[in-house]
Design a protein around this ligand. Sequence first.
Ligand code: SAH
Ligand code: SF4
Ligand code: F3S
Length: 447
Amino acid sequence: MRFILHTYGCQMNVRDSEAASALLKAAGHERVENEADADLIVVNTCSVRGKAEDKALGKLGLLCATKRERPNRIVGVMGCMAQRLGDTLFTQIPLLDFAVGTRRSGAIPRLVSRVLFGETNISEISSADEIPDVPDAHTEHGFSAFVTILLGCNRRCAYCIVPDVRGPEFSRPAREVIAEVTALAQQGVREVTLLGQSVMNYGITNGVWSDSDPASPNGFTEPFARLLEAVAQIPGIIRVRFTSGHPSGCTEQLVRAVSLFPAICHHLHLPVQSGSDQVLTAMRRGYLRSDYLSAVKRLRAVMPDFALTTDVIVGFPGETVEDFEATRTLMDEADFDNAFIFKYSPRPGTPAAAWTDDVTETEKMRRNQVLLADQDRRGEAANQRLVGTIQEVLVEGPSLRNASRWAGRSPGNKIVVFDPAPSVLPGTLARVRIVRAAPQTLYGELV
Ligand code: SAH
Ligand code: SF4
Ligand code: F3S
């Protein structure tokens, strides 16, 4: 069948969609670009905020409505909302053919076959703590690919649905991860991003290294630092990223590993959520403002160019104006390169959902806008400081806006636009001197 996958949510979902796509292709289906051409449509869903679920439900409703004209169309749902709502989705959307949970996405081709044989409203949703069989299939990546190394989350922040829908932590064996990255490198991938909700927890709740694995040449004993060391040295891999971070993972070994290997980018997405100790404690984030800022200091003491991005929630239950102002000053102190700001959204079954959602929608909106304006200023200043520096850019090819110029990304994950030269090829590193900075883009010339 001709299929298309729509993906909502985070990079974890992007990776799961890519694997599902590879499995569907291996089963003989053909991926198409346009929804109008597709006979099979799968929506990969996110549950993190109410709006994310509303969007996915709306999309599924519209897609199922098209089955009136196209009765042979198959519509399925995967991802976090499928895991959370399970079979109740068939009551809400009776024409939905299948639903597959976060730890069973490998079952998609089989579910499609069953629908083709006449079944409908079928689901395959395991308990969220099943040890999954993680598909290692990749497809359609360019020079950059995602590799999931840690599934689930054990932190249980008071507001967050992720541990319910993604289950507890499970770290994949290091050998499996290294084999997957090696295979990707052989297919031409130059940059990998290692994924986990709290990625530095890799190998903490279950063993990932075995006695037969070679010891770390640099004396790393922490499982994640050891993995970074191994991945950074895989031939063909010239860039390594990892996300998301947690301050508790910014250990001496982590800092040493990142600074030791040129392939590892000096950039981390380190969600802070709030700058107020009162709110951080209520959120059960496991750190205080000072712990977060110390982690930042540890990174920048060794790597002054270290770029940081973050997530912030405004309007958490009980967040006062003083708490909010503390977030503003923290964001200045941490000097973030970029920040994603979210309005608190109560999620069913989480501890915080039982607390009064006492910050009004208007006030959440105001706080959201204040932080966005602050960040625009801060981000622009951070870009201006890069004017005159030489950035190592992973070349992607012609820029989206103007095909006569080329674009790539800096180690800090900023888009850099420059005039191409015959000697500079996509998928290689080029040195570019930055001559001009716009809020979202850097412009430069090859050196
Ligand atoms: N594991 C990552 C975050 C995954 S969810 C981490 O903790 O680092 C992505 C972001 O969504 C979070 O960082 C948080 O800012 C936001 N988020 C999660 N639950 C939310 C909720 N109930 N309301 C609003 N934003 C939320
Ligand atoms: Fe959610 Fe917290 Fe886990 Fe991130 S660390 S996924 S915010 S519970
Ligand atoms: Fe959303 Fe699931 Fe990611 S809830 S943010 S898609 S882990």
